[in-house]
Structures are given as C-alpha cells and as structure tokens.
Design a protein around this ligand. Structure first.
Ligand SMILES: Cc1ncc(COP(=O)(O)O)c(C=O)c1O
Length: 412
C-alpha cells in the first residue's frame, strides 16, 4: 500500500501549485515528465552548495569529493536496473542514449542489412535509426502490430530475416502503453544473431527492470520521467559491447591519449561515452530518485498505477462521448478521444478543469495512421496520483463536448 498523503508532502509542486484554473491540480502528464520530490531536489542542490568542482579532472579535495559522489551515483543507478557499475554511461536522456547506441552500432551494418522497429515507437527510437540506415545503406523494417496495437512474439518471428542485425523496441510504448515481453523478445533476437535494444523511457520509471534477467543488450532511459532531474539519463550496454562500440561524442575526459596523426586511445567504458563536463548534479539527483522509488517499492508503484488505471477505464467506459484506444494496456497510460472534440481542445478544456494531460501525436507519428486519428489525448499516471484525481478527471471528460457544455468551463 502506498501512503499518498505522505508522499505528496515530499513534492513541492503539490504545495506550491495546489490548483490550476481554480480547481485542484490533477497532474496526468507523467509520461512526458514527472514532479520531483524534495529529496531529489536536495541531492541535486548539494552539488552546487558543497562540492562544486569538475569530475575526473581535479587533484584537490573537493574535486575528489565530487568524483566519489558521482561514481557512487553511477553505482546506485546501475543497481536500480541490476547492471554492473561500468555498464552504464550517463547521458542527457533517453534520446541521447538511443542516438549513442544507434550511431555506436552503425559500423556493424552492411548494405541491405535490416534494423527492425515497430510502428508504435517514439521518434527518439526511430529517427536515429533512420539516419544510421541511410548512412550504412541499410533498411528499416517493422514488426506488424496486432489489431489492438500490440507487439507479439509471433509477429516478431515473422519480421526477422537473415538480414536483421538490430531490433530496437520500447518496453512500454508511449501512446498505447502496452508492455512488451522483453525477456522473450531478447531470447528470440539472440537466437537469430540480432542485437536487442530496449527503449526503457516509459518502463524503467514504473516497473522493476532487471537487465540481467531480461538479457537485453542495451537499455535507454531518462531521469526526468522517474522523479529525477531533467538533462540526465542512462545508456546501459553489456560491457563487452560497450568496449567495442565507438562513442557518439568525443571531447575532454573520454580519451587517455591522442596525437597529431589523429590516433586516439579512448578510456574504458563507461567513461569513453562521457565526453565533456557531465551533468554532475543531475546524476546525484537521479541516484536520489532511485532511492526514493526503491523505498516505496517498484511493485507497489505498479500496483497503485494499475488500480487507478482500472478506476479510470471503468469511469471512462461509462461515458458515451469517450473512445479509448488502449483499454487493456498494462501500464498507467490511457489514450482516448472525446467525440467531436479535437484532442488539443479537449486538453485545453481539461486544463480549465485543473487537469494536465498531453494531446497530439506524442512523438509517435507513424502510429497515427494505425490509430486512424490525427491526434489523441493521453492521461498518464504515477505514484502520487489519487482516486480523487481520477474522479475529477472522469467528471471533466463527462462534461466535455456533447456530454456537456463545452464552453462552460472556459467562463467558470
Ligand atoms: C518511449 C519513449 N522513448 C524515448 C523518449 C525520449 O525521452 P527524452 O525526451 O527524455 O529523451 C520518450 C519521451 O517521451 C518516450 O516516451
């Protein structure tokens, strides 16, 4: 059981912004980013207040302190996904991690080799692969989605060909919110000699992710979607693969030697992937976020989200004006439209009722034709949401469009 009253006290946003448009604030845009608890803010702040020096460069005492704290943060974050400490590199976020992985793996691709994706992927797990495919004259192929929009093992097997070299998929897709059976997918990928990359941006914040158990080759995720600061994320890779992979970025700190002929010796992973001054306070904040989440328990978080999700689906299903696109998803993402109301208008209406949701294509542009909609509204849950939030949301949806007076909310 999660004690929401106690949890909310940790989040300054709930104290500082208790209302929006004169209604209690309901924050349902957690798939975009999450609020931060005071513990995370303090941990990030500590860097600026007590040991503000660069890392891995200085020979004085506070430089040593920051090295110790930064590497301790790395160990903490690695433990969160059951990785070895030297298997995670800090990045700016999931997008940068996926770019690093895609460009790092580019050299293994030959002409007409295939990179297998799905139509449900976020732009950050599509566009880097497009660039790499173009560069290497490789091809992008897609796994067919079921009529519900799911990825199945059967369709994965059908989509793999002898030319498939890399498979890159989200563990939880950001629009439909289905959970992919990564462990089984990774097994099939490896049986076919493919590398398996996981976009964990929407899974790592919400469920226990154990890279050893899943046996994925790479995993990307962002700190800001899991109570951590913005501008910090993680690229996990199996050490043997990281050793062989070229870094996307080069610069200070990541090479041990270079000469006028252009010969460069990179430092060993993960440092070779961390060119330039790093987001040191962000890393400390992310480690504190891992502590916070583990203290509550990832299973408790998942159960709480599932409970709220059920309530939300039950409420929305009673509304004749609401079409739900992912009724049976196993995550806290609920995607819908309101009859005869454009998604962005619906989101503006909900805002006037105190509710923050996301509308549009959610950076998953390829999925739009599958959904048969130009845009959708997405409500996404997290550990600090309550049953009362869901009730306020369902009531607001009921009064939107034909179900009520659309304009009322703008004037009241
Ligand atoms: C599935 C998925 N992958 C990747 C990203 C990119 O994350 P970021 O913007 O933090 O780099 C997102 C962001 O919404 C996402 O939902």
């Amino acid at each position: 059981m999660i004690d929401i009253k106690k949890i909310r006290k940790d989040f300054p946003m709930y104290q500082n912004v208790p209302t929006m448009s004169n209604h209690s604030l309901v924050y349902f845009d957690n798939a975009a980013t999450t609020f931060k608890p005071q513990q995370v803010i303090d941990a990030a702040d500590e860097y600026y207040k007590f040991f503000c020096a660069n890392s891995h460069r200085g020979d004085y005492e506070i430089a040593h302190t920051v090295d110790v704290k930064y590497e301790a943060a790395r160990a903490r974050v690695a433990k969160f996904i059951n990785a070895e400490t030297n298997e995670i590199a800090f990045t700016a976020g999931a997008s940068m991690s996926l770019n690093s992985i895609a460009y790092g793996l580019a050299p293994i691709l030959k002409e007409n080799d295939e990179i297998l994706l799905s139509e449900a992927e976020h732009a950050s797990n599509v566009l880097p692969w497009f660039s790499v495919a173009e560069q290497r004259h490789a091809k992008i192929t897609y796994i067919n989605l079921t009529s519900e929009g799911r990825l199945t093992l059967e369709n994965l097997k059908k989509a793999i060909t002898p030319r498939t070299k890399i498979i890159s998929l989200a563990q939880v897709t950001n629009v439909l919110g289905y959970v992919v059976d990564v462990k089984s997918f990774a097994k099939v990928a490896h049986e076919h000699g493919c590398l398996f990359v996981v976009d964990g941006a929407q899974s790592v914040p919400h469920m226990k992710v154990d890279v050893k158990d899943l046996d994925c080759d790479f995993l990307a995720f962002s700190g800001h979607k899991m109570l951590g600061p913005t501008g910090i994320g993680v690229m996990y890779g199996k050490y043997e693969l990281l050793k062989k992979m070229k870094p996307l970025m080069s610069g200070g700190g990541m090479s041990s030697r270079f000469d006028t002929c252009g010969d460069v010796a990179y430092r060993i992973p993960p440092i070779k992937f961390e060119a330039g001054t790093q987001n040191l306070s962000g890393a400390l904040g992310l480690a504190a976020a891992c502590d916070y989440l583990d203290n509550i328990g990832m299973d408790n978080i998942r159960n709480h989200e599932n409970e709220l999700r059920k309530l939300m689906i039950t409420g929305l299903k009673k509304l004749p004006n609401v079409k739900i696109y992912n009724e049976k998803a196993e995550s806290g993402i609920v995607t819908f439209n309101i009859d005869k109301v454009f998604a962005q208008d619906a989101a503006s209406y909900l805002s006037y009722k105190g509710i923050a949701v996301r509308s549009g294509n959610h950076c998953a542009q390829i999925l739009l034709s599958f959904l048969g909609a130009d845009a959708t509204v997405r409500a996404s849950l997290y550990l600090y949401n309550t049953k009362e939030d869901v009730q306020q949301f369902v009531e607001a949806c009921a009064s939107c469009g034909e179900g009520g007076n659309f304009l009322d909310a703008f004037f009241n």
